[in-house]
Design a protein. Structure first.
Length: 163
């Protein structure tokens, strides 16, 4: 009588020996299959410069970056005298302008990070934030930044959206 476990071990070993070759073949075949189906090539990083062209000096960071159908908006603050409501409104208006400049919108925002200078401003920020991202807003994280936000801004907000 044959041992039931011996056959399983042999099949498993055969599978494990063949698996790397099969995986490699699948990786090679995937791009060919995708282009045969008319699927686009891999996404590419694209920086959207203010004014349409890069600055002469290399900047510390980019304000708007697109990768495929994702849009990344760098943190925006409000560097003027005012209260949390004025600052939050200004920042959200700026985010909206930037999203619309690249073919997206507030309704297409997937993730928002809010950095408050002081957590006591949470309710005032929420008052201005409510409804700005449509009926189905994306996810959000809110923190009070240790050491505060650089400059005079009481809030800084960044986001990720889709086009």
């Amino acid at each position: 009588m044959a041992k039931p476990n011996a056959k399983k071990t042999t099949n498993r070993r055969s599978f494990l020996k063949a698996a790397p070759a099969a995986a490699a073949a699948a990786v090679v075949a995937a791009p060919a299959a995708a282009s045969a189906q008319g699927t686009a090539a891999a996404p590419v990083k694209k920086v959207h410069w203010s004014g349409g062209k890069p600055p002469e000096k290399t900047p510390l960071f980019s304000g708007i970056v697109q990768h495929g159908s994702l849009i990344f908006i760098a943190g925006i603050g409000a560097h003027f005298e005012g209260d949390i409501k004025a600052h939050t409104k200004h920042v959200l208006d700026e985010i909206q302008k930037r999203l619309e400049s690249v073919g997206s919108s507030m309704e297409k925002v997937l993730k928002v990070n809010v950095y408050l200078n002081d957590l006591k401003d949470y309710d005032g920020m929420n008052e201005m934030f409510l409804g700005r991202f449509g009926k189905e807003p994306g996810v959000r994280t809110t923190i009070a930044a240790a050491g505060g936000i650089p400059g005079k801004s009481l809030v800084e907000i960044d986001c990720i959206a889709c086009v």
